[in-house]
Design a protein around this ligand. Structure first.
Ligand code: OSB
Ligand code: MG
Length: 368
């Protein structure tokens, strides 16, 4: 397969409701999409970066720039390109994992469509549907939160994740646990909003039997998480801190996490995400698939990944309508709390031209 060029496309998708985390409020999701054009066919990639560098250092316009200036040109040297060559070809460039992941995803999709193989089969999926959770943003009041959670429980979501921050943690968790009972699978995500000095405070979440507390401390603070784990009984799960299979192995060895959130964008792609799955499985560490408010393209690949055997907890793989009134692909719909794993070649879904056009704000063709 020879890459002839890549189209970069920026889209803006209005969210059905504002999504507030400890790092900010999203009302529109700006997303960079890639269309890899090869002599054999095309493939789609979706970049996980957000508009501003608040979740991680990456952001949409920086991802577009590094792809245009460095990453896409670096693939010109690959005469017989396949997805496994992408990460090695880009390795000399530091960081920018979300941009690298998007490019690898587009090449992988093109390759798999040519071979007639689905993402699920290629990655090693063992299920044809995956159990789904939902990530619930910070609200102005507890009654508003209870109403939102009630809607998701009624829709069939099998696990609820509450975004927390100092001042919005113990009371909302208590209220949700009291209203929805002990059987509700419940977890929290702080997106780095605490310090190790908050250990005693975070231990006040222990009585509520949470599945996990996700990324309470700074992404660099691996030893802080290990220290925190001595005070807090709730299992600690890392998101932002895990950027590779090596960093996952290190965090596990240091006792910094008992569970890992796997996000392909954050770790440089679906192939590295699978290696994290393998490392965690070898250590008996459960993993689950995180999300970055993806369109149907990223969701298709995430759902395929979440069907691997080590993904034993429900993921942030919610239905399309939890995010967008109109997705750019056929919508993913919840069926008894599950999403079906696509079976067609590659991602198994494609953008619907009119819907894609309607949300596009910029396109750029980069010949190789
Ligand atoms: O920390 O998991 C996170 C969304 C954007 C950025 C970071 C995170 C999230 C979510 C929502 O929690 C995940 C999703 O439903 O896509
Ligand atoms: Mg998170």
């Amino acid at each position: 397969m020879k890459l002839t060029g890549v189209e970069l496309r920026t889209i803006e998708m209005p969210l059905v409701a504002p999504f507030r985390t400890s790092f900010g409020t999203q009302t529109v999701r700006e997303i960079l999409l890639l269309r890899a054009v090869t002599d054999d066919g095309e493939g789609w990639g979706e970049c996980a970066a957000m508009s501003d560098p608040l979740y991680s250092s990456e952001y949409v316009s920086a991802s577009a720039d590094v792809l245009r200036t460095f990453l896409i040109p670096a693939l010109a040297a690959c005469e017989r390109l396949d997805a496994h060559q992408v990460a090695p070809a880009l390795q000399k460039f530091k960081g920018h994992r979300m941009a690298k992941a998007a490019l690898e995803m587009a090449v992988l999709d093109a390759e798999l469509r040519t071979r007639g193989v689905s993402f699920a089969r290629e990655l090693g999926a063992v299920h044809d549907q995956v159990p789904c959770g939902v990530s619930v943003g910070i609200m102005d009041t507890v009654p508003e939160l209870l109403e939102a959670v009630g809607g998701y429980v009624d829709a069939g979501y099998l696990r609820i994740k509450l975004k927390i921050q100092p001042g919005w943690d113990v009371e909302p968790v208590r209220a949700v646990r009291e209203r929805f009972g002990d059987d509700l699978l419940l977890q929290v995500d702080a997106n780095t909003a605490y310090t190790v000095a908050d250990a005693r405070h975070l231990a006040r979440l222990d009585p509520f039997d949470l599945l996990l507390i996700e990324q309470p401390l700074d992404e660099d603070d691996i030893l802080g998480h290990a220290e925190l784990a001595k005070t807090v009984r709730t299992p600690i799960c890392l998101d932002e801190s895990i950027t590779s299979a090596r960093s996952a192995a290190d965090a596990i060895a240091l006792g910094a996490c008992q569970i890992v959130n796997v996000k392909p964008g954050r770790v440089g792609g679906y192939l590295e995400a699978r290696r994290i799955h393998d490392v965690c499985a070898a250590h008996g560490i459960p993993v689950w698939c995180g999300g970055m408010l993806e369109t149907g393209l990223g969701r298709a690949a995430n759902v395929a990944l979440a069907a691997l055997p080590g993904f034993t907890l429900p993921g942030d793989t919610s239905a399309s309508d939890r995010y967008y009134r109109t997705d750019i692909t056929a919508p993913f719909q919840l069926d008894d709390g599950h999403l079906a794993v696509p079976t067609g070649p590659g991602l198994g879904v494609e953008p619907i031209p009119d819907l894609l056009e309607a949300v596009t704000v910029h396109t750029e063709w980069l010949p190789l």
